[in-house]
Design a binder for this molecule. Structure first.
Ligand SMILES: Cc1cc2nc3c(=O)[nH]c(=O)nc-3n(C[C@H](O)[C@H](O)[C@H](O)COP(=O)(O)O)c2cc1C
Length: 359
């Protein structure tokens, strides 16, 4: 009897855990987008390309490309059409919606005309994007770093929030992943997608078990065959570990995770006194920030594609899990491999609970 009860309680704990892994449930990312796995290949400035996104779609996940990767609206349109020609699966585009992106209007126009499946907004106020997307059925997921932002975008009508925590690669937040996700879940009703620190089956499982609708994975995909950054950048992802990730304010003025290369050490991580003074004077700040961002983009772009000593390689703590360069589909299956058997249990559970509710 006690063996039976023990087995029953183990089963209960397991099923409970799986129900909490909400990605496969009704408001999970799989249902929202009709995809196999609740995973977004995260948008990465300069790094994302159409080949990676197409490979991701073929592997059962979705992917989003940053609009900022394309200098002209026509190039953005071409990229969208290239993906659409290769796959009928849903994909998205990332829009920076604050003043640092002077092209936001033209970019949004292209996204509305081409009817992308979803838009990920980052920085700034997404109201205009949400208002214009709603009537067309284009979903809007908004990057947020705290509860206040999550509540604001929920009230504006966002379809989901992407919780950007202090382990996210690129521009990161301040709160821990669990703390941020749970605070949003307790106070909002829209689905929460977690970003940061997901690179293998363990980190995926642990994050899904927070009850999130899905996850957003960036750094792990830089080390893919399909990614077109330089071999040096990819090799650095293998050679360096999580302890080599530092946060710099030097590049865009906002905290950014980079690999601590000799060049990053040489230029330092903090703004110097002149930059500090300039940042206090409002009108100087605006001009200098624009110049600083443009200069930083150039340095990051050169580092991403050319062999150079002045390397500023953007990557997150997920670098810890990178041991080799693999195909996108191999990276996806190493992250998702628990799903095959356990998903069927979740589906069974869903069917049973729906039957129960109907009776
Ligand atoms: C190289 C790099 C570039 C990024 N560029 C962007 C970007 O252009 N827009 C954006 O919203 N997020 C950007 N991010 C953040 C990712 O979309 C995503 O939130 C993050 O990579 C998830 O954390 P992970 O790297 O630990 O998987 C970038 C991240 C990296 C590593």
């Amino acid at each position: 009897m006690s063996v039976f009860l023990n087995l029953l309680s183990q089963k209960y704990v397991k099923l409970n855990r799986l129900i909490k892994a909400g990605g496969f449930l009704k408001n999970g990312l799989t249902a929202i987008l009709n995809i196999e796995y609740p995973i977004i290949m995260a948008p990465m400035f300069l790094v994302s390309n159409t080949k990676m996104i197409i490979a991701g779609l073929e592997a059962g996940i979705t992917g989003a490309i940053p609009a900022l990767n394309y200098r002209k609206s026509d190039d953005l349109r071409k990229a969208i059409l290239t993906i659409r020609e290769a796959s009928d699966k849903p994909f998205g585009v990332n829009l920076i919606v604050n003043r640092s992106n002077p092209k936001v209007k033209q970019q949004l126009k292209v996204l509305l005309e081409t009817r992308v499946d979803y838009i990920i907004t980052s920085l700034g106020n997404p109201k205009k994007v949400i208002d214009e997307c709603k009537p067309l059925g284009i979903k809007v997921f908004c990057d947020v770093v705290n509860l206040k932002q999550a509540q604001k975008v929920e009230q504006l009508g966002a379809d989901a929030v992407i919780a950007v925590c202090n382990r996210t690669g690129g521009h990161l937040g301040k709160m821990g992943k669990k703390e941020l996700v749970e605070e949003i879940q307790a106070n909002c009703n829209i689905p929460v997608i977690a970003a940061g620190g997901i690179f293998d089956n363990k980190s995926y499982k642990e994050t899904m078990e927070l009850g999130v609708a899905g996850v957003s994975v960036g750094t792990a995909f830089i080390a893919s065959e399909e990614c077109s950054v330089s071999q040096q950048y990819k090799q650095a992802l293998i050679d360096y570990g999580a302890n080599d990730i530092v946060i710099t304010n030097k590049m865009s003025g906002s905290p950014l995770t980079v690999i601590n290369t000799p060049y990053v050490q040489e230029i330092g991580l903090k703004a110097n006194w002149l930059e500090f003074v300039i940042n206090r004077v409002k009108f100087l700040k605006k001009i200098v920030k624009t110049i600083t961002v443009m200069r930083a983009m150039k340095v990051i772009e050169r580092s991403a594609f050319k062999a150079s000593y002045k390397n500023v390689w953007v990557a997150g703590y997920s670098i810890e899990g990178i041991k080799s360069i693999r195909l996108v589909k191999e990276i996806v299956s190493s992250i998702t491999n628990y799903r095959i058997s356990e998903q069927s249990e979740i589906s069974q559970l869903q069917i049973s609970s729906e039957k129960l509710a109907a009776s």
